[in-house]
Design a protein around this ligand. Structure first.
Ligand code: IMP
Ligand code: MG
Length: 174
């Protein structure tokens, strides 16, 4: 049995590339003339982050933090932020880049943490949004794909740390 046999393609590489280009254009327009720090949430956002950043046409800095909340296919309800940023976001415009917005706990916690450093602004960009799963009122500012309550893998998203390297977004049916 092949590595990705359990994964049904939901969004192809081409579709993802098109959506990311649209999002990058919007962000480049919205932040024209301003400098922005893009903060990637590891591990899941690594592929979306690099593809998005390559398509931006504004000056930007990058930084990363690490968040964990999932065990297998279930949100544990506890979000652990594991890394501190290399540089302060004080007095800077920040866009947090995340793989998927699910219950909303992770991004809510990250945004609350970042705001303690008094940035000029904090917005969020996500590859996938599952609004039906939300336990709070969190909304992302930039969304590539709105999806139903399916467990997704690929393009950074994992099931038990596997499948992150798939070039498409798939539904895990294992
Ligand atoms: P939240 O805190 O519930 O919004 O969860 C966000 C995190 O849960 C994401 O960064 C992912 O790491 C993980 N997650 C949520 N849904 C999925 C999924 O369908 N596939 C893989 N990871 C997921
Ligand atoms: Mg994640």
């Amino acid at each position: 049995m092949g590595y990705a046999d359990n994964c049904r393609v939901l969004f192809s590489e081409e579709e993802i590339s098109e959506r990311i280009s649209c999002l990058a254009n919007r962000i480049s327009r919205d932040y024209e003339g301003r400098e922005v720090v893009f903060v990637g949430v590891l591990n899941g956002a690594f592929m979306f982050f690099s593809d998005l950043l390559k398509k931006l046409e504004i000056p930007c800095e990058i930084d990363f933090l690490r968040a964990e909340s999932y065990l297998g296919k279930c949100s544990s309800g506890q979000v652990t932020l594991k890394t501190e940023l290399k540089n302060s976001v004080n007095d800077k415009h920040v866009v947090v880049v995340e793989d998927i917005l699910d219950t909303g706990r992770t991004l809510e916690k990250i945004v609350d943490e970042l705001k303690k450093s008094s940035p000029l602004s904090v917005k969020t960009a996500v590859l996938c949004d599952k609004p039906s799963r939300r336990v709070n009122s969190f909304k992302a500012d930039y969304v590539c794909f709105e999806v139903e309550d399916l467990f997704l893998v690929g393009f950074g998203l994992d099931y038990n740390e596997k499948y992150r390297n798939l070039p498409f977004i798939g539904v895990y049916e294992g």
